[in-house]
Design a protein around this ligand. Structure first.
Ligand code: ATP
Ligand code: MG
Length: 405
């Protein structure tokens, strides 16, 4: 059995050295950098909550503070091994660091072999730790009730908001095989796609999966749809299930931007999800589709109780259908509303910069933060009223042209 890679959390306030340590850690085959942190004062709680196998601490930005961090991590997270690193080679300092609780002292710049040997020693001393699962993954699928309803905007921006929290590791999987454009929203040119990953599915492990994904500056990892349209045929339901299962092992959150064709692959994703956000706008075509989708979702025991209605572009125009009418028609509560902000959203898309970076203080960005909070607060889901068939059909029929009502 291939041992699972050790999970590493890094703290280094210096951008330059953090980047070079990050690159070095990214190249390790038996470990992965799960989170990197820029502030010593955040690191202790990050380690406490995310429970990495290794805490990697660069001492050089503030020796005093980093020694305190080592002591606190040793006390509060005794299962995490501490690797301390510094450019200094002073014997007294090394002794101080080891006495504070670090198990290794590495001199910067580190050679790959030295780092690899240190990680190997950690693994040898903590064989059982590497098999522990860190945190239950929250899988959120974004199901749009119509083309252009805002699914990709929500998937990308919710993902980036979640990734803002250093305790989260967040992935975005794109299932809109033909026209998916999440890479444009993030201004990324991914090296690998879902098609590459499924072609290697038999030897796929967490490490290979992580390396096949592209990391955005916000910390969000993404796996896009295939480039070649024909490659979509390579993706079977089983292979997708395996990829999702592995993603669940490696991330705390997985956001899936579904296609609008609601095919077998989308169904696999919805069945694997904890939550399905059914995104609608308050207009007739969207609401009509939403009702139709709810009826279909209701037929699957693996899907029906996970659906939450999210209204996008609330307040868009005076002629919108009212919330009360929408609720009656859907026979559900509205779980969340995202306001309309056309100008900001156009900038976000055209610049390929997500809301958290483009407009961190905008009302719409706060709305995404609130949605993320709401999702983590109501993890097991609010009780959503089930559809009563008569009422739904009544509502649904209202939107079908030619149907008597
Ligand atoms: N809350 C919002 N306020 C204003 N404009 C928005 C909002 N959300 C999305 N938009 C805009 O709506 C358009 C469509 O968004 P997006 O591409 O995310 O939709 P989609 O459902 O993924 O589309 P597709 O069906 O093509 O995949 C974009 O121009 C986007 O900027
Ligand atoms: Mg889209």
């Amino acid at each position: 059995m291939i041992p699972q890679p050790l999970r590493i959390a890094l703290v280094d306030p210096n951008d330059q050295s953090r980047e070079s340590i990050r690159l070095l850690l990214d190249g390790m085959s038996d470990s992965w950098l799960e989170s990197d942190c820029t502030r010593y004062e955040w690191f202790v709680s990050l380690v406490e909550q995310s429970k990495p196998d290794i805490a990697f601490i660069n001492l050089d930005s503030n020796l005093e503070r980093s020694l305190l961090v080592i002591e606190k991590v040793t006390r509060e997270s005794p299962d995490t091994a501490i690797l301390a690193a510094s450019e200094k080679t002073d014997g007294k300092l090394i002794l101080q660091v080891i006495r504070a609780g670090a198990c290794e002292y590495l001199t910067l710049p580190i050679k790959t072999e030295e780092l690899s040997a240190a990680i190997h020693r950690v693994r040898r001393h903590r064989p059982s730790k590497s098999l522990e699962k860190p945190r239950e993954c929250e899988v959120i699928t974004i199901a749009g009730a119509n083309g252009g309803v805002g699914s990709t905007s929500v998937a990308v921006n919710l993902g980036c908001v979640l990734a803002e929290n250093p305790l989260n590791s967040v992935a975005l999987l794109e299932l809109d095989m033909a026209l998916g454009d999440a890479d444009v929203f993030l201004d990324l040119i991914p090296e690998y796609t879902l098609a590459d990953v499924v072609q290697n599915v038999s030897r796929l492990d967490m490490q290979l999966l992580r390396k096949s994904m592209t990391k955005h500056g916000t910390g969000l990892f993404m796996l896009p749809r295939p480039v070649d349209l024909m490659e979509t045929e390579l993706i079977s339901e089983d292979s997708l299930r395996r990829v999702i299962d592995l993603m669940k092992e490696s991330f705390t959150h997985l956001i899936i931007d579904l296609s609008k064709s609601y095919n077998g692959l989308d169904k696999v994703a919805m069945e694997s999800a904890n939550r399905i956000l059914l995104l609608t706008q308050l207009d007739l075509p969207c609401l009509r589709n939403a009702v139709r989708m709810l009826i279909n979702f209701d037929e699957s025991d693996h899907i029906k109780d996970k659906v939450a209605i999210v209204v996008n572009r609330a307040g868009f125009e005076a002629g919108q259908i009212g919330l009360k009418k929408a609720k009656e028609t859907l026979n559900r509560d509205i779980y969340f509303q995202i306001p309309n902000d056309f100008r900001t959203m156009v900038d976000v898309r055209n610049n390929g910069v997500p809301l958290v970076l483009q407009s961190p203080k905008a009302a719409i960005t706060h709305s995404f933060r609130r949605l993320a909070d709401e999702l983590s607060r109501s993890k097991d889901g609010p009780t959503i009223a089930p559809i009563e068939e008569d009422a739904t059909l009544k509502g649904w029929k209202k939107f079908w042209p030619g149907v008597q009502h």
